[in-house]
Design a protein around this ligand. Structure first.
Ligand SMILES: NC(=O)c1ccc[n+]([C@@H]2O[C@H](COP(=O)([O-])OP(=O)(O)OC[C@H]3O[C@@H](n4cnc5c(N)ncnc54)[C@H](O)[C@@H]3O)[C@@H](O)[C@H]2O)c1
Length: 256
């Protein structure tokens, strides 16, 4: 099945996106990495092999994503799977009473614009590529997979930006699935808990171990990128998953 697929992964140069690129190339899919020009996208594409192409683009830029869609259209003539992993994070108290300092509005805006605005920008500007696909016997033309986070439902201190962004991505899932239903495009969101990636590798080892032990039901550890990629694969393979958010967290319970 994967041998005939063209897959676009935003944020594919790092973390969850990179793990997805790895797995999908191994399965035989053609994969396009969309990531910032300053990212390791070129290097990652070279390391992974010949079925990967890096197209530098900022997910928030209309022009970049129009160019990306044009390049995909010219080279592959279609798109079957879009995995939106591009994102940034922010951890600041809304008001730091020790420093007498309010949270920066720009930090909040950056997370909302990149994670939510970027996701919708890539979806809206690549949708036409899916419409060109021949529908399968069930009338399906492809699948869009977005990345939210458990903070959407269970945020803790310092996480207002990422909770707002994750909540928005979760909330968009149903309306997106409805918008694309007639065209036969499924839309599914993954809500990860702690997955080890460059985004969170600044946590000291002992904190990571405590979080795994006290906040993850079992197994008591961080998840890894390939466990995320494995769920992406399962969603692609199972045509009856649509319009929903799936948690991938080892049964996380946040109570710091
Ligand atoms: N890792 C986790 O534990 C975790 C948990 C919950 C949610 N998430 C979410 O998953 C997504 C991916 O996280 P990750 O851990 O892989 O992070 P990461 O930092 O390893 O990777 C994010 C990638 O997105 C790219 N990116 C950032 N801004 C971009 C832009 N404007 N245009 C194009 N690319 C851009 C970065 O260059 C980077 O390659 C993020 O949205 C994050 O909030 C991660």
């Amino acid at each position: 099945m994967f041998k005939n697929l063209v897959t676009l992964v935003t944020g594919g140069a790092s973390g969850l996106g990179r793990a997805t690129v790895n797995r999908f190339v191994k399965k035989g899919s053609q994969v396009i990495i969309c990531d910032l020009p300053t990212s390791k996208g070129e290097q990652v594409a070279k390391e992974i092999g010949e079925n990967v192409q890096f197209i530098p683009a900022d997910v928030m830029s209309e022009r970049d994503i129009e160019n990306l869609a044009d390049e995909i259209s010219k080279k592959y003539g279609k798109l079957d799977v879009l995995v939106n992993c591009a994102g940034v994070s922010d951890a600041h108290l809304t008001y730091n009473f020790n420093l007498d300092l309010p949270k920066m509005l720009k930090d909040f805006e950056d997370v909302l614009m990149t994670n939510v605005g970027g996701t919708i920008n890539v979806i809206r500007l690549t949708a036409q590529l899916f419409a060109n696909n021949q529908p399968d016997e069930g009338g399906l033309r492809g699948v869009i997979i977005n990345t939210s986070g458990v903070e959407a439902f269970n945020g803790i201190m310092g996480q207002t930006s990422i909770a707002a962004a994750s909540g928005a991505i979760h909330s968009m899932t149903k309306p997106l699935a409805e918008d694309f239903a007639r065209t036969g495009i499924r839309v599914v969101t993954i809500s990860p808990g702690f997955i080890r990636s460059p985004m969170n590798n600044y946590f000291p080892k002992h904190l990571e171990e405590s979080l795994g032990l006290y906040c993850v039901t079992v197994p008591n550890r961080y998840g890894n990128g390939d466990e995320f990629a494995h769920l992406v694969q399962s969603i692609v393979q199972n045509p009856y998953i649509n319009g929903t958010t799936i948690e991938l967290s080892g049964g996380m319970r946040m109570s710091l």
